[in-house]
Design a protein around this ligand. Structure first.
Ligand code: GDP
Length: 184
């Protein structure tokens, strides 16, 4: 008998004040620091949903839409949008608020695939999803589409690995790249 769990049971919110020690040379928050927070919340959401230890299997798209300044309050929100047999796709939204003005900007949305594991490292089955809103159905279907697009991407190697064909294409469509050493 399959166990069903709601999206709500996976929801996590994490807020963190951005300190000078998190900034790079130009005073903006390091992308790597943000990625680390995203990985933490993805882990927390997937662990909460599955009730087990989880590892990150892949990260789908990380676009830094707006830079984050020192002193801003960053809020990450995460939920499980889709489940496979042992995997969960966790969606994460990152917003940053200027505490003085109250203005909030959207900084990032990413989708992490997490795998449930037992203590010995073997994969574990995860609960089935119970969807209870239109938004959850849309996010589920978007995740399913993303997964099938990724499978297609993995399956196709440009020009099926044929270097001569690849170089002919490079010469015509990417003529600004020096491939002299290869074509000689
Ligand atoms: P969407 O995926 O097209 O809805 O894009 P968004 O940028 O709005 O959100 C990205 C992901 O962050 C969503 O797919 C959710 O998994 C998660 N998320 C967004 N809003 C919330 C929220 O209010 N609470 C929680 N827990 N997660 C959220």
């Amino acid at each position: 008998m399959a166990t069903y769990k709601t999206v709500e049971s996976s929801e996590i919110t994490l807020s963190q004040l951005m300190l000078p020690s998190h900034s790079n040379f130009s005073g903006k928050i390091h992308g790597g620091y943000l990625l680390s927070l995203m990985d933490q919340i993805a882990f927390a959401s997937a662990s909460k949903f599955s009730g087990s230890y989880c590892v990150t299997a892949s990260v789908d798209r990380v676009d830094f839409l707006n830079p984050i300044e020192v002193g801003e309050l960053v809020t990450l929100k995460a939920s499980v949008n889709y489940v496979g047999n042992t995997s969960m796709m966790v969606g994460i939204r990152v917003d940053a608020q200027n505490i003085q003005t109250g203005i909030i900007k959207h900084c990032n949305s990413s989708y992490f695939t997490m795998i449930a594991k037992d203590e010995s490292g073997a994969t574990l089955p995860v609960p089935r999803l119970q969807l209870t809103s239109r938004e959850q159905v849309m996010r589920y279907l978007k995740a399913a589409e993303r997964i099938s697009a990724r499978k297609q991407r993995i399956a196709t190697e440009p020009f099926a690995g044929d270097l001569a064909k690849a170089l002919a294409f490079m010469a015509s469509d990417h003529a600004d790249v020096d491939i002299e050493a290869l074509s000689a």
